[in-house]
Design a protein around this ligand. Structure first.
Ligand SMILES: NC(=O)c1ccc[n+]([C@@H]2O[C@H](COP(=O)([O-])OP(=O)(O)OC[C@H]3O[C@@H](n4cnc5c(N)ncnc54)[C@H](OP(=O)(O)O)[C@@H]3O)[C@@H](O)[C@H]2O)c1
Length: 140
């Protein structure tokens, strides 16, 4: 993979595991598309770097997912990897956690991750078939 411009999309990149993943991938020379919910923040408030492109991306919003993937395809023509880091946490005694909170956990952590994966797979498959000799060998 030396010399190859590898492109990754990280969801939930504004904080926590997502932000740590972005930092590591930039260090490893990946071009990183970092999805975040603006929530009054602007991209430059988060983390600077030529290799980081911040994208508004709520993983529960199918339109936002499509726009994000389309812009990666337009700008890079490839997507090598997806990191599903967007997530919410519900903690507390089960009988005290409201259903709406549990449903939001499923919307973000489950359906959001499934939606992201579904939306990214076509471009990731095209990328793998066109750009990686090792993948071509395995798929023959
Ligand atoms: N840290 C751990 O050790 C650990 C261990 C096991 C499991 N987990 C799970 O892994 C996930 C990430 O953990 P973390 O520690 O990195 O949490 P975190 O610091 O709260 O980061 C979660 C990120 O996801 C984003 N997010 C939430 N809802 C989103 C949505 N609908 N669309 C896009 N982004 C969204 C948040 O953005 P906003 O700032 O806009 O809310 C935030 O940037 C959580 O579900 C957590 O429960 C974490």
């Amino acid at each position: 993979m030396v010399g190859l411009n590898r492109v990754v999309l990280v969801s939930g990149a504004a904080s926590g595991l997502g932000l740590a993943t972005v930092r590591e991938l930039v260090r490893a020379d990946w071009t990183v598309y970092a999805g975040f919910r603006p929530n009054g923040r602007s991209a430059p408030d988060l983390l600077h770097g030529n290799a980081i492109r911040w994208l508004p991306l709520d993983v529960t919003d199918s339109e936002a997912r499509s726009v994000a993937v389309a812009s990666i395809e337009r700008e890079q023509g490839r997507l090598d990897a997806l990191v599903n880091s967007a997530g919410v946490n519900a903690s507390g005694p089960l009988e005290e956690v409201p259903d709406r909170v549990l449903r939001q956990v499923m919307e973000v952590n489950f359906f959001g991750a499934i939606g992201m994966t579904r939306d990214c797979l076509p471009l990731m498959r095209r990328t793998a078939l066109s750009g990686s000799p090792s993948f071509r060998r395995r798929s023959n």
